[in-house]
Design a protein around this ligand. Sequence first.
Ligand SMILES: Cc1cc2nc3c(=O)[nH]c(=O)nc-3n(C[C@H](O)[C@H](O)[C@H](O)COP(=O)(O)OP(=O)(O)OC[C@H]3O[C@@H](n4cnc5c(N)ncnc54)[C@H](O)[C@@H]3O)c2cc1C
Length: 278
Amino acid sequence: MKPVAFDYARPRTIADALELLDARPGAKILAGGQTLGPMLNLRLVQPELLIDITRITDLITVTETDDGVAIGACVTHASIEDGAIGGIASGHLDQVAAGIAYRAVRTRGTIGGSLTHADPAADWFAALLAFGAELEIAGTTGTRRIALDDFVKGAMETDLGPDELVTAVHIRKCGREARHGYHKICRKTGEFAEAIGAVTVEEKTGRFRLVAAGGSHAPVVFTDPSSLFRTADPLDVRSFDVDMTAAALRDAGMNADDYDLRLRAVAMQRAVKEAAQR
Ligand SMILES: Cc1cc2nc3c(=O)[nH]c(=O)nc-3n(C[C@H](O)[C@H](O)[C@H](O)COP(=O)(O)OP(=O)(O)OC[C@H]3O[C@@H](n4cnc5c(N)ncnc54)[C@H](O)[C@@H]3O)c2cc1C
C-alpha cells in the first residue's frame, strides 16, 4: 500500500510551522519520518498536509542553559551518538543513542519525534525519564514547559495538543558524583526493547529515579528505592531484590505477566549495576 496524496510544506521558523498547523487541521508534523513513514505507507494516518520541521534552525540546535542543556526536537539520534550534547552525563546519553536501531535509522530519527510518538519500547523515553527531563512545547497560544513524567499519559499517549509542537528537550546537569545506568534487553542488536532499566542516582542530594520500560506497557518511575532494595543504599546491587521489584511493578499498575515483570526487574538490576560501576 502507498500513502494517500498529501501536500508538503517545509517551513523555516517555528512560527510558520504553527501557523500551518493552525490553518490546516488535517496536517501532520514530519520529523525524521522513521515512524511516520511506515504509518503513511500503511494508511494508518492520512494527512492532508505534511509539515516537515527538520529545516527549522532552532529545532536542530543544542544550547547550553543555566542549569543544563536544551536539545532541539529535531536533533537526530546519530548526532547525539557523535557527541552533539557534549559532556553532559559523561557521554552516557551518547551510548543510549548508539543503541537505537541501526545507523541509517539514527541519521534520520529525532529525539523529539521519538518522545512525541511515546512508544514505551523506545530508548529515549526510558533514558530521559531517568534524568527527569522536561519538554518545551510551542502552540498558537504560547509556549509551555512540562516534565516528561507528566507529558506521557500512557503507551503512545501524550499531553500534546493538535496545534502544538515539541520544540526542545531540557536536561538538567547532574552533580559530578551522579551515577547513571541503562540496560536494554532485546533479542537482536538494534531492535526495540523488550525491557529497559534506566537509573540516575545522586547520592549528595538523595535524588533517585529508576525507570522500568520496554515492550508495550507504559513505563513506571520509582523515586524511592525502599520497595526495591533490601538495604538503604540504592547503589548496592546485591541488595536489589528482583522479586520485590516485580511485585512493586505490579503494585504500581503494570499489568504484565510474571515473565514480563521479572524481565523488567532484571533490566533495572543491570542498570543499577552499571551505575554502581561507573
Ligand atoms: C527499523 C527501525 C528500528 C527502530 N528501532 C528503534 C529502537 O531500537 N529504539 C528506539 O527508540 N526507536 C527505534 N526506532 C524508532 C526511531 O527511533 C524513530 O526515530 C522515532 O520513533 C521517531 O522519530 P522521527 O524523528 O522519525 O519521527 P517521525 O516518524 O517523523 O514522527 C513520529 C510522530 O511524532 C510526530 N512528531 C515528530 N516530531 C514532532 C515534534 N517535534 N512535535 C510534535 N510532533 C512531532 C509526528 O507527527 C508523528 O506522529 C526504529 C525505527 C525503525 C524504522
